[in-house]
Design a protein around this ligand. Structure first.
Ligand code: DAR
Length: 392
């Protein structure tokens, strides 16, 4: 069992005897990691960046180290940075801007636009295959509220205050539901067994202290204080509190019209906004998120599908990931980001782009990508559609 390191301990390796940032130690670690995998955080830690960091205040130098802790602590990092507060994207723009531009493939000037005009009745999965009557369609947006730190740098007190602020919002935003807290002693606290039952329904996030990316960056600090999930009475709308972002606003709809899951998500998002909460937005990057990969719309939309033919009975996950990538899609295991697919090649399929596209384009790309992916699955089955079906 891989043991996780926690930020407050892990960061000491990059400080000098006086507790100040030691850039030589950081460089040495990036060089060591570069022999395994070069994350974007590593790639953009250039001599010019080092000179800029030297000119920062002590507290900003400490924050800069915290931004890099996920990448410095995980040799499988692809991005390798997490913002600790919304201001990091401006204070450390000399480091984060080129990294964001590369990840999101941005050229020239760009500005995130929002568009929730997603048509119902257009992106219907039964047009791909008549058997796709009842598919578990999911969409979520990441949001962080102005005036609060991002999860990597919240302390226990701030996490609990934020949770209680959201409990007030849940009491007034006009959508019937119930809040389930993981915080010891909270009036809505649930038992470990109840939490596991919600995880088995794929509603609640996992124990964050089992993910080294989250523990080493500070995202999982003070676990499980300030964490929980609000679930609507009809179980189609959910809100995670205190996972990688302060809020993950989720809609899960059983059906076949992708537009309907967007409709449900936008209704929930609008309900929260009407309560007066103001989300952190960047004038260029759109919604501010802990991880730069989620900026822009912060929206991830997915379906679960089985691809036994492309994955050769689940033995060749890499092939499905390559095929998906060629279609602008991301294929991952059903257990979340770093999980494996099962022997039937069951995968969570979603568009890769979050930034530089609108919410409506994300849905369009999922639908159009699924059409092509499904055809490739049928081709891999020698044209036999019978054992090809995107399911639940
Ligand atoms: N630890 C990050 C994850 C990148 C994208 N996924 C997120 N944000 N959940 C990495 O660099 O691998």
């Amino acid at each position: 069992m891989h043991t996780c390191v926690f930020k407050d301990d892990a960061r000491k390796a990059y400080l000098d005897a006086e507790g100040k940032l030691d850039l030589a130690k950081v460089q040495a670690r990036w060089t060591e990691l570069g022999k395994i995998k070069v994350s974007l955080g590593n790639k953009y830690f250039t001599p010019a960046v080092v000179e800029k960091v030297k000119g920062l205040s002590d507290s900003d130098q400490q924050r800069f180290l915290d931004v890099m802790m996920g990448g410095l602590s995980n040799d499988d990092s692809s991005v390798g940075v997490y913002a600790t507060r919304p201001e990091d994207y401006d204070v450390f723009s000399f480091y984060l801007e080129p990294l964001i531009r590369e990840y999101h493939k941005i050229e020239g000037q760009t500005k995130q636009e929002h568009d929730w005009n997603i048509p119902v009745g257009e992106y219907v999965l039964t047009k791909i295959d008549s058997r796709l009557e009842k598919v578990s369609m999911r969409a979520r947006v990441a949001r962080n509220v102005k005036g609060w730190n991002l999860p990597p740098s919240m302390d226990k007190d701030e996490r609990i205050r934020f949770e209680n602020k959201m409990v007030e919002v849940f009491g007034s935003f006009g959508i019937p539901g119930k809040y389930h807290s993981l915080t010891p002693g909270h009036k809505n606290q649930i038992t470990n067994q109840q939490a596991d039952e919600l995880r088995n329904k794929h509603f609640l996030f996992n124990d964050m202290t089992t993910d080294n990316h989250l523990t080493s960056s500070g995202v999982a600090s003070d676990w499980p204080h300030g964490r929980g999930i609000w679930i609507s009475e009809d179980e189609t709308k959910m809100i995670w509190i205190g996972e990688e972002d302060q809020l993950r606003i989720i809609s899960i709809v059983q059906g076949n019209d992708l537009g309907k899951v967007d409709q449900s998500l936008h209704e929930l998002l609008s309900g929260i906004e009407k309560s007066g909460l103001e989300f952190a937005e960047h004038p260029i990057y759109g919604v501010i998120t802990t991880c730069p990969t989620n900026m822009g719309t912060g929206k991830r939309q997915s379906i679960l599908g089985k691809f036994p033919n492309i994955t050769k009975g689940g033995t060749d996950e890499k092939k499905l990931k390559e095929v998906a990538r060629s279609l602008g899609l991301q294929a991952r295991g059903v257990g979340g980001e770093h999980s494996n697919m099962d022997k039937e090649g069951t995968a969570d399929i979603s568009p890769s782009a979050r930034f530089g596209v609108t919410e409506a384009i994300v849905t369009k790309r999922l639908y159009e990508g699924l059409i092509k992916l499904y055809d490739m699955e049928v081709q891999a089955a020698g044209g036999n559609r019978q054992n090809c079906c995107i399911i639940y």
